[in-house]
Design a protein around this ligand. Structure first.
Ligand code: SIN
Length: 302
């Protein structure tokens, strides 16, 4: 079986003259070659953006020339900065988050643990996320992504009818429970080496979003639900919604729809939260992992 016809990944057919793409799995993800992010041209940017919507997640190796300012500039080419729901950003760079786990840290949860899209409990969740690796463990600390567009397309027509108009309740209740580990609900929390500044009440109240989302640029539909933040379905009891969400959450991250990245230092990864889910791994105790993250403000999902 092929999820996409081979020509879907053909650079010539896709008009990619200023970049080269190397697919990571047969369903999603691609390495982009021939781009120096610090000096990216307008032509390259347009092709990179098209490749992002095609592959859902793209990555660039050997970006040692890229500064935090360069990451900010690239982020702003996609749209204005999103407000991160978890951290206040770095000193001098309020829109840049440091994702850090020290070698000495032993934690039950790392930032980004569990399949999710970024902050879907917000009214306008971030559309695109950019993650630059400064220091990575020699092994472990991979990130996984899963293609939510193919997941939607491979549902039966009957299931597509059933879920067509449903709204999913996205809330951080479950995630905060794990971060809190039973502690009282404070607005200042730590997650390993990261200081979190969160409005827990608002994050738990969350938002109701269409479970079938339409991408504003491609018009393609994808399945918008996960196993971290999808807490219920508008108008349904928990007994009704749970089995449906259990199925959809599993289906949305089936192994066949995944790609997995083994990080190197000085990589930049960009993913579109409207087209894929992702999860971080907590499997590198004894090694330091430091990333720099920016997000683009998204639309109200429709
Ligand atoms: C995230 O979920 O944004 C972080 C992913 C990672 O650190 O691998």
């Amino acid at each position: 079986m092929q999820f996409y016809p081979p020509e879907y990944f053909d650079d010539m057919k896709n008009g990619y003259t200023a970049i080269k793409t190397v697919p990571l799995s047969s369903v999603m993800g691609a390495e982009i070659l021939n781009v120096d992010i610090a000096n990216i041209t307008d032509e390259q940017f347009e092709q990179v953006k098209d490749a992002l919507f095609r592959y859902k997640m793209i990555y660039f190796r050997n970006q040692q020339n890229m500064s935090i300012d360069d990451q900010e500039s690239l982020t702003l080419r996609f749209g204005e900065f999103g407000t991160d729901a978890y951290t206040q950003g770095m000193e001098g760079h309020p829109n840049v988050q440091r994702v850090l786990k020290e070698a000495s840290s032993v934690v039950d949860w790392v930032f980004g643990d569990g399949w999710h899209t970024d902050s879907p409990f917000l009214e306008q969740p971030p559309s695109i996320s950019l993650l630059q690796s400064l220091e990575v463990p020699p092994y472990g600390g991979d990130t996984w992504w899963s293609d939510a567009q193919i997941a939607y397309e491979l549902l039966s027509d009957k299931m597509k009818e059933v879920i067509a108009d449903l709204k999913v309740h996205m809330s951080a209740a479950f995630v905060l429970q794990n971060v809190n580990s039973g502690k009282p609900k404070l607005n200042d929390l730590t997650l390993g080496d990261m200081q979190l500044t969160v409005d827990q009440q608002k994050m738990i109240e969350g938002s109701f979003h269409p479970i079938v989302r339409t991408h504003p640029e491609t018009g393609k539909k994808s399945l918008y639900c996960d196993t971290s933040y999808s807490m219920g379905i508008e108008g349904m009891t928990q007994a009704e919604s749970k089995p449906l969400l259990d199925f959809l959450g599993w289906h949305n991250t089936r192994e066949e729809f995944n790609c997995r990245l083994r990080w190197e230092a000085n990589m930049l990864v960009i993913w579109d939260n409207r087209l894929c889910l992702h999860k971080a791994f907590n499997d590198y105790d004894g090694y330091r992992r430091e990333m720099i993250r920016t997000i683009v403000n998204g639309e109200v999902p429709f």
